[in-house]
Design a protein around this ligand. Structure first.
Ligand code: PLP
Length: 468
């Protein structure tokens, strides 16, 4: 399988190169040259199979010859064997033909583990073959950093540096990062905001000498391998609920559009998906676009669902590429206009095509608290704010004929205990394997918001690690 950039001016790459590249050199995102398809009998053959088997079957065409099939199957099996539930992504019934897919049984209790746990292993595998090492540098406001650290800990060929704004991430999130004791994990608390952290990371990547010397790499959500590893749970839901004989719709709490775009990929691969329902909080740029056909940025406001406090959804470009019938030139021009003006309409025809499949729904914090309370009362399920927005969006927009409705639960309620307790009057407990999180020792270095100081720290740590 080869990959092309949405902007059309970067080289075609194979899977291993796309994994390491992240963003394409022309500023675009990599997508497969062609979506593989599963025939109806192949879909039927997924019924009753284990999650790891479904995952290997669904992903192997994307990996192609880059990793031998048996080795890839081993990596996938090992990845999901470490999850906290035997079903990996269990389905729970919420009502008649209403389902919840729990995607929080990975080590950091958010759906990002489903992709990152595999991506960390893929990095090690591919780098070992190349005889190379990388340094992952990232900024986090919470969830992503913890998931990335858990994915990279103890990986032989990876060092990971994660910057977080000191005192501005929740205690659970901070501890999930700082209590990891692996020698290749480096936590940095910056005296500043999340934006300061992000600017420091960008500046390190923009210093090409520094970037090349330390082989900097990123594991952000535009990496194709992360999208790929989010496709299998859509198929797993389909297999459990009777696809291809039965159609489905999904409701997905959305920020960067990576998760719901993976649902789109599943549909292109042959899963009978009727609708993809996007849930937003007050940062509702996608919902406004889906309703009115104009994409316009606004100021980011903090909410009780912080992992969706995003204004520009990077992965949306991948969907626009399809809506433009894969013509790069007009897409690149439109994206450039959007970047300059903070506003674009991408044309009526494309909007209509997109809005036939996708629908958007927004909930403010009060509405989110109400949804948490209602779901807890009506079926006893305690949901985190992100997941509750997904369920409410599905309820609001699902139409007769849309098939079984599956809402994706993207985080465990104990990751956001204050918001959940305030809404439902019940405090969610951490799962047993994390019960001692608050007793574990922390390891973290605090630095001031100064690029030279942060670079010196990174270099110092890498040098010390190179000669043990
Ligand atoms: C990252 C995240 C999201 C948003 O997912 P995208 O792929 O960025 O749309 C939703 N919920 C939770 C809990 C997350 O951590």
């Amino acid at each position: 399988m080869k990959y092309v950039s949405t902007r059309g001016r970067a080289p075609r790459l194979g899977f291993a190169e796309v994994l390491l590249a992240g963003l394409a050199r022309d500023g675009g995102l990599y997508v497969p040259e062609k979506f593989p398809r599963l025939a109806r009998n192949e879909l039927r053959a997924l019924q009753g199979r284990a999650y790891a088997e479904i995952a290997a079957r669904v992903m192997s065409p994307f990996v192609g010859g880059a990793i031998p099939r048996a080795a890839f199957e081993r990596l996938v099996a090992e990845t999901y064997a470490g999850f906290g539930h035997a079903a990996v992504a269990p389905l729970k019934q919420l009502g008649p033909d209403r389902w919840l897919m729990e995607l929080f049984h990975g080590p950091t209790l958010a759906f990002k583990d489903y992709a990152l746990q595999l991506v960390g292993r893929l990095f090690d595998h591919v780098l070992a073959k190349l005889g190379e090492r990388v340094t992952i540098v990232g900024a986090t406001s919470g969830d992503t950093g913890a998931a990335a650290i858990e994915a990279c800990r103890d990986r032989e060929r990876v060092e990971i540096f994660i910057l977080h704004p000191r005192g501005r991430v929740s205690e659970v999130q901070r501890r999930q990062m700082t209590t990891v004791r692996s020698a290749n994990v480096h936590n940095i608390a910056i005296e500043g905001t999340f934006d300061d952290c992000q600017d420091l990371v960008k500046a390190m990547f923009n210093d090409l000498a520094f970037r090349d010397r330390h082989r900097l790499a990123a594991v952000n959500s535009i990496n194709w391998a992360r999208i790929m590893a989010q496709v299998p749970y859509y198929f797993a839901a389909g297999a459990s609920l009777g696809a291809p004989e039965r159609a489905l719709s999904f409701a997905v709490p959305t920020g960067n559009f990576g998760n719901v775009y993976a649902g789109y990929v599943a549909r292109r691969m042959g899963l009978p998906i009727r609708r993809l329902i996007v849930g937003s909080n007050r940062n509702d740029i996608l919902t406004r676009y889906l309703r009115r056909g104009v994409m316009a940025t606004a100021k980011v406001v903090p909410t009780t669902s912080p992992s969706m406090d995003i204004q520009v959804s990077s992965n949306f470009e991948r969907l626009l590429f399809e809506a433009w019938n894969r013509q790069s030139a007009p897409l690149a021009a439109a994206m450039e206009g959007f970047r300059r003006l903070g506003r674009a309409d991408f044309g009526r025809e494309r909007w209509r095509r997109i809005a036939r499949l996708f629908a958007g729904f927004r909930l403010d914090d009060r509405g989110t608290a109400g949804a948490i309370r209602d779901i807890h009362r009506s079926c006893g399920e305690l949901l985190d704010p992100h997941s509750a927005i997904g369920v409410a969006a599905g309820e609001a927009l699902h139409r007769p004929g849309d098939g079984a409705l599956v809402a994706l639960a993207t985080a465990h309620p104990a990751k956001f205990p204050d918001a959940v307790a305030a809404a439902a009057g019940v405090r969610p407990a951490l799962p047993a394997r994390l019960a001692d999180l608050f007793e574990r020792p922390e390891r973290c270095t605090t630095l001031v918001n100064d690029l030279a100081g942060v670079k010196a720290f990174v270099t110092g740590r890498l040098n010390a690690r190179a000669r043990p």
